[in-house]
Design a protein around this ligand. Sequence first.
Ligand code: SPV
Ligand code: MG
Length: 670
Amino acid sequence: MRAIILNSGRGTRLGDMTRECPKCMTCLDEKETILSWQLKELMNVGVKEVVITTGAFAEKLKEYCLQLDLPLDYTFVYNEKYADTNYIYSLYCARDVLRDDDCLLLHGDLVWDSGVLDKLMAYPDSCVVVSSDEKLPDKDFKAVVHNGKVEKIGIEFFSDAVAAQPLYKLRQSDWGVWLDEIINFCENGECGCYAENALNNVSDLMNLYPLDVKEDLCKEIDTQEDLAEVSAEWRKLRKRKVYMSFSVDVIHSAHIALMKKASRYGKLIVGVLSDTAVASYRRFPLVPYEERLMLFKNLVEVSEVVEQTELSYKENLCAIRPDFVVHGDDWREGFQKTIRDEVIQILDSYGGRLIEFPHVYDEKYDRLERRMRMELSMPDVRRGRLKKLLSMKGCINAIEAHNGITGLIAENTVVEQEGKAYQFDAMWVSSLCDSTAKGKPDIELVDMTSRFQTINDIMEVTTKPIIFDGDTGGLAEHFVYTVRSLERMGVSMVIIEDKTGLKKNSLFGAEVAQTQDDVGRFCQKIKAGKHAQKTNDFMIVARIESLILEQGMADALYRAHEYVNAGADGIMIHSRKKEPDEIFEFVEEFRKKDVITPIVVVPTAFPQVTEEEFKNRGVNIVIYANHLTRSGFPAMQNVAKSILQHHRAKEADAMCMSIKDIITLIPEEE
Ligand code: SPV
Ligand code: MG
């Protein structure tokens, strides 16, 4: 799309101001002239080529444009008869460079609200700006609209007319028709009239529609009074507050383009999502909040940067009350829809407006995101993330994963509720589920090599931190090797339980023979593990089986403090009682002496307790230890039974995912 700006006129009605330079170089404020501002507006809506017709001060105007140093291609067309002709003749002079594209046609003294130009650009057909709110001007343009189309434009029409402004978007075919008539006029010596006189002759051959901008600013500056009034209104518009929210780690060209568009509407305030808010709905931010804040602070488009602590805009919108919220139009569907609905509702409550620009899909941004996700899966980045999440959120959750697909469920499941998004923080590689998936009992029978293979399968397709169920950790002499291997792989935490001999699953309780380890010996194992680890990120958590083995609360608490003294980075307290009372009592008592060490719980037997309640009581990690295994296997069993019962698979089909869904479930990497 090319723009044509008509700047051949003398602008004598501005008096002294146009004695030494053309009218378009009149200042709107200390930084912008009408022309510099118009050119930036055009540039920001994607115009690359500008044809400027000139007259008086042609050289000055040309030099001025070039020194603005904007990425625009200029063609200057001099109308040597500028003193005796109207702009119909300027267009005639420019006829050879105008024909082969759609164009924006505007007068060089026109100032508008950026929303007007955006509406014009978004309009599908040829159109001209009109205002049904504006009272009909005596001397300026009016448009006669018939059957929804513009029939005539001129200063002389008063009936069936609306105020019109010389700002057009013209499709190439319509523009060609008008231009041909302009040429006819000029070659017949009619060079003193408006170009619109030619338009009125051929309007029935064109599809020109009125674009009603109602009360939005779009005015020419002809006189000193116009200048005072229009520039004051224009300055007021620039003081409006525009709000955008960002969660990105890197700012790429589409973000900049969106911010440029947004900043045209006023002062742009950017809400940078806190790390917790980003981690809650997307993925863990690779760049921490403070650095992301600085990225935005340093952009010329941005006037102010604030923190947005939740996915919901509510808090910031109520505090800032921006005139506009700007967003891409890609949040109308999907889980962000409710956030959008809330934004609209809040804006409506005080007369603010949502502006949505078309979302720019670009394969390279997708690639960038994939690369960043890959970064998150690298051992060093993944390993350290559990500690970061713990310090960020206070209490985190983990769900069991025992292979690639359950890992993907843990990775990708997101639920949106009341403007907040929820997803799992981490994955638990359970000994019970890993063994079950291999059809083996949970008695440390599946060897470490095999367990590491499970971790590897999960790691290959996910990015979230991993907590490894290390059973008893084996002999201290063996445990040190396990620690180093886990750490090297990028696992964040190993939990070892204070049992010895043939370990059985804790949920059997005291019904089966199980021996709790000696405190001193278990402390030695913890110390050996802590000594073996190479990074600060890795955590060794001691799991206390005293309540499971009915050794009493005092024993559990005694062991907890001893294990912490031995270097344990956290305590897991386990219980198989249906009520959480003994867990709550343990946490309360433990916290009397130790407010720092993270406490881990596995609420398999007492699923009624919410994460919020655990957090309030001082728990830091809640592990859903076996739920994907327990939900997946019954579904498979039912299907197997159904096939056997019916001697065919028809009845089972409804219980199965479709073939189409299963083959597209996991996208192929290119
Ligand atoms: C596991 O998931 O393997 C555990 C937790 O160790 S529990 O089964 O509750 O003992
Ligand atoms: Mg286990």
